[in-house]
Design a protein around this ligand. Sequence first.
Ligand SMILES: *Cc1c(COP(=O)(O)O)cnc(C)c1O
Length: 397
Amino acid sequence: MTSYQIPTARGYYGEFGGAFVPEMLYPNVEELRTRYLDILADPGFRAELQLLLRDYVGRPTPLFEARRLSARYGTRVFLKREDLCHTGAHKINNTVGQILLAQRLGKKRIIAETGAGQHGVATATVCALMGLPCVVYMGAVDIERQAPNVARMRLLGAEVRRAESGSQTLKDATNEAIRDWIANPVDTHYIIGSVVGPHPYPDLVARLQAVISEEMRAQLLEKTGSELPNYVVACVGGGSNAAGAFYHFLDEPTVRLVAVEAAGHGIHSGHSAATSVLGTPGIIHGSRTLLMQDEHGQITEPYSLSAGLDYPGIGPLHAHLGASGRAEFIGITDDEALAAVSELSRLEGIIPALETAHALAALGQLGTGPDDVVVVNLSGRGDKDLETYLKNLDKLI
Ligand SMILES: *Cc1c(COP(=O)(O)O)cnc(C)c1O
């Protein structure tokens, strides 16, 4: 059996992945590709990462048995509390690892792209920690929409640069970041925020997020007597929290993996981000994967009320998990996610991020029984979404 975890030497998961980059970017990506595995395996790197994950990020995050939620769904539900990580979500697992990697590559400057601003904040945070200058590219429209995160990044000492081209959102910010990297190949590391981009990024980010499922296995053994649950459920934007939650279960065929996408106003409404259903193979951000595009190969704007899920592609690992049938994909609408926000808040006293609420909303669609153990990856907390929740109070209460 071939492993679902490890891509081929050229970065392929099945027919998805690879590295499609302009020639000018080739040396940067090649440097990363030839060195990342050795650096990740180095005992000094591992010790430093371990220490930061424990004392700075706050790991291990708890695995919480949600008893009232379990009673509601007639099954045993555990929540992996990534919402308790420093900065409020799983994204920092990746940025902490990548900043240590950048230091070992001798890089003196960090760039990143951000849509909703969460990855920008997680990157600005670790740059402050390490005293490295940080430039975050963000679409002009997103800068307006996500003012609190822009303020956070600036407070942390990062420079936020506006991307004024195209739709002035995430894909345009990504283009600007790539342009910067081409112009600064020697001293700059580009921290990508999800399991997307050219090889080796999807594998690099998956390995850094895999700490989530590594901890889950030990915690499940302690709490249920088995390292293996029946289901692991996670939301998918680019796919990094899902990759981390699935990683150490990918090659355990008895564990059902459920990836939850944002269906917006409905999968076929024309306002959705359900890439696994609506996407077709193509190249986006340097890898071959499923993406939402028109008949001319132009990317169509995705929609979700949740800013972290409206990405027009999914990581190549997830495209392969879908195509091979290893993971099941479910689409959850804005309204279903909002109902799940309210449900978790009232049943367990935990206000989830809107992205995370999509995963929670899938609980009713799994067909689970009383003996099943279900782990939902609670990717982030809801503080950043309070304004959205206030605007939709009628659907929450
Ligand atoms: C960014 C974000 C996501 C989506 O990103 P993935 O790479 O798919 O994990 C999900 N949940 C939260 C809380 C986020 O901030």
